[in-house]
Structures are given as C-alpha cells and as structure tokens.
Design a protein around this ligand. Structure first.
Ligand SMILES: [Zn+2]
Ligand SMILES: [Zn+2]
Length: 349
C-alpha cells in the first residue's frame, strides 16, 4: 500500500475542475474552486459493512475491489469474520486497522488473518499484554507486521483515501486511531473507542472531521460524542456497534438523545444487526442488511482424524493437532456429525 503523492493527486483533480468550469461558464467557477469536485473512476464502487459482533466493533470497507477491515470484534467473533471474508472471496486485505488493543476490537482480527493475507496492518501499539493481542500480533508478523501510523498519514484503498486524524491522545480508549475515509465527495469517520479528550484534540487542531457517516465512538457511551464534536462532524447517519443488554448500558441515553435532537438517522447493531452503507461518490445510503445465513451452509472445518473432534479454523487448539492427524474439510456441520465427528468444546463449531 503506497502512500498518496499529494501533488500528483491535486494535479489530477484540476483537470475535471477546469472542464466543468468551461462547460458551466464563469459564474460557477469561484464556487467550484473553493469546493473542488472529487471525481471517481468509471465502474467504481464503494461500500461499508458494519458487522454485528455484539458488544464490539467490526467494519469491512470495499472500494474498487480493494478491501480494508477496521476492527474484528471479540476473539469469539473470529469465525464470523473468517466466514464473512470467505463468503466474499476476500483472500487479501489491503489494510487492517486495529483501532486500539482492547479485545472487543482486536480479538476477531485473528479470524481475518487466518483466512486472508494483509498488506498493511495499522495499530496504535505493537505491544499489549493480552492473549487476544498476542494472537493478533503473531498473525500480523506472518504478514508485514504491525505499523504504528503517524497523524496525517494517508493511505489509498482503490479510489478511496484514508487519512489518520489522531491516535494515542491518551491511554486505553483514547489511544484509538481516529481516521477519515473519503470517497468522491462523501466521507466516513471512524473513531474506535476514542473519548472526549480525543474529540477535544481534533476540535482544537481544526482536523477535518466533517463526514456523511459517523461510526459513533465507544459503542455510544456518553464519555464520547460531545455535542460540540457531533455538530462539527455533522453526519447524516450515525452507526452504533453495541451488544443487546450489555452491562455498560451502551448506548447511553445522553448519546441517543443528542443524535435524535440533531436529527441524525441512527442505526445500531443490537437492533438493526448488520448495516450496509454505500456511496456513489456524491450520495450515501445506509440501511440494515441481511447477510446470507450461515447455518446449514458449507463451512470450513479442521478435523482431528485421531480424536474425531472437529474445529473451526480459528480455534486455538488447531495449532496443537499433529500434522498427520489434521485434515481440512469443507461441508456442513451435520455431515461431520453423521460421520461420527464431535464438535470441539472450545470453539463450539
Ligand atoms: Zn470497545
Ligand atoms: Zn476500548
């Protein structure tokens, strides 16, 4: 993944602006120049799936058949992530972003890296004392390792641009990478679990946080999404990734009331489940999206031909199976049970 050469990009943008000015005459010229029209190539496409992983975060971004994943849910969501990538035939991700090291964000990224390779893996740290993070790091090291980005770094994903706006403003949740994805004239702001200190940093540094879609910080907690911040982002849509009846009481009432008062169409994974946003470069549409059923459909399993147990490919105990007893299987759960196999008690396939 190459960083974008800004000079080259802005010179590309001047051509369509000039052409439009010539077509529409001088009256519009001033406006066109202050608000440059971003063009996207023909046959381009862009979408974001917010994957329902309960009290956790996971998003899959597609642009021109390039893919990026931001967070992967908890460790127990690894198989969901693995299955989403497999079903969509995504065996390489251009970019993985681990917003911060907490398990509900990093855990399921192991599932992504079990199925797919990845060119660029970003995280605010390369060291965190948890099994979930260690698993992620181990798999990241089999690719190109973890990169800790810098503020203002830019990456490309097909014709979309990704800009890192902040990270490591504080410890824990405030270490979250905040980034903005721009596609044509539309944009999407991802804040991980960043809280008010990160929001204050962005506001006081005049960061360009305006976006059509806000992935609401920290599962809708009132320790994020200050009124000032929300008004500056000024989104049409807000997406909250949150588990039903979670012990934190997320999303908090204050956040929901604020979103309602500001008239922002809000979707939440505990009610709407998977949510899909698409953009044509000028207009964004978001709506709940029914992912194809996975039960009774073919899946990948790993068999232990000695113990007659079957596992999900993302199960920790797969590593311990001796190579001569390990067998890959693609089929249904029922087929394996009919053959006398028993589901593993750890990964519960
Ligand atoms: Zn979280
Ligand atoms: Zn967190």
């Amino acid at each position: 993944m190459k960083k974008i050469n800004k000079g080259f990009l802005s010179s590309l943008l001047i051509i369509p602006i000039l052409a439009i000015s010539l077509l529409l005459g001088n009256s519009i010229q001033k406006e066109t120049i202050t608000q440059p029209i971003q063009t996207i190539p023909p046959n381009s496409s862009f979408s974001i799936q917010f994957i329902d992983v309960g009290q956790a975060d996971a998003s899959l971004i597609q642009c021109d058949n390039h893919y990026m994943m931001i967070d992967g849910g908890n460790s127990e969501d690894s198989n969901t992530i693995y299955t989403v990538l497999k079903r969509n035939n995504i065996n390489n991700l251009d970019i993985i972003v681990n917003s911060h090291a907490h398990e509900d964000h990093v855990g399921g990224l192991s599932g992504a890296l079990t199925y797919a390779t990845c060119d660029t893996i970003l995280s605010p740290t390369d060291n965190f004392d948890s099994k979930a993070f260690e698993n992620f790091k181990e798999l990241a090291d089999k690719n190109n390792g973890i990169i800790i980005p810098n503020i203002n770094d830019e990456y490309s994903l097909g014709s979309a641009k990704i800009k890192i706006l902040s990270l490591n403003i504080g410890e824990g949740n405030d270490s979250s990478i905040v980034l903005k994805i721009t596609y044509g004239n539309t944009s999407f702001l991802f804040t991980g679990d960043a809280e008010i200190p990160s929001e204050q940093y962005l506001l006081s540094n005049n960061a360009d946080i305006k976006a059509n879609v806000l992935k609401v910080g920290h599962h809708g907690s009132s320790t994020s999404t200050s009124k000032e911040f929300l008004e500056e982002v000024n989104p049409e849509y807000a997406i909250i990734s949150v588990g039903k009846d979670n012990s934190y009481g997320h999303p908090h009432k204050e956040t929901m009331e604020l979103l309602q008062k500001e008239n922002i169409t809000t979707y939440r994974t505990d009610i709407d489940h998977d949510i899909l946003c698409t953009s044509d470069g000028n207009k964004v549409a978001c709506e709940p999206y029914a992912m194809p059923e996975t039960t009774n459909t073919k899946q990948d399993y790993i068999l232990n031909t000695n113990s007659f147990k079957f596992h999900l490919p993302t199960c920790q105990s797969v590593e311990e199976i001796a190579d001569h007893n390990k067998q890959y299987y693609n089929g249904t759960r029922q087929e394996l049970i009919n053959q006398g196999y028993e589901p593993c008690g750890i990964c519960n396939p």
